[in-house]
Write a protein that binds this ligand. Sequence first.
Ligand code: C5P
Length: 255
Amino acid sequence: MNRRRRVYEGKAKILYEGPEPGTLVQHFKDDATAFNAKKKDVIDGKGVLNNRICEFIFENLNAIGVPTHFVRRLNMREQLIREVEIVPLEVIVRNVAAGTLSERLGLDEGTQLPRSIIEFCYKNDELNDPLVSEEHITAFGWAAPQEIDDIMALAIRVNDFLSGLFLGVGIRLIDFKLEFGRLYENEMVRIVVADEISPDSCRLWDIGSDEKLDKDRFRRDLGGLLEAYTEVARRLGIMSENEPVATARGPVLVQ
Ligand code: C5P
């Protein structure tokens, strides 16, 4: 299966050359990492769940006119995507204080923010993805001012869509990370949402209990990560109601 040329391997995904020029295959691994890969584990079935949750979200974003790199899911672990030039930024959207924002500003986790906040981090593992401002981004040429405007407008649309989607299934969208890419077509270039959106890259809390349904279960040694991701998939209607949460062979998914 893996005779294809590997273009890139990240912590949780591999990119292979796609079937046509301008396409890639994005493969979701079971590897879980946190704190810039200082903490690592393998969680059987995580890649399968993230592939399906990500497919569901990106298909819906495409459908409401938010451009993404996603074309279609190929199999349990892989999706076909358009090849883009990744903008070297992690764009974080926050609705509620948590994680590094709480640490940095001394805010209690769970405090509703006065409005949604967008943060930019420079994508660089050696530097631990440092927080940067628009001044750094334009001065160092990581993105042009117009691209930053496009990124912020898209980030707000994604936040509005995801907040409503999750609220409808009893989940509070605390924060999430996006990546963007430049899609070159017909001598034109436009910014599209790339990478993934999944419980690996979002904070998702159950509305009634504040139970964490995201990667903080791994980061904070809470256990039950697969069950939490399965619960997210189930609430989104990706898995049917009466399926077992997780088996030794991994979750069973509706086709
Ligand atoms: O750790 P922090 O509070 O800055 O994370 C904010 C949000 O961005 C969280 O939802 C986290 O899952 C996501 N994130 C990510 N990848 C990173 C850093 C943060 O998906 N490298």
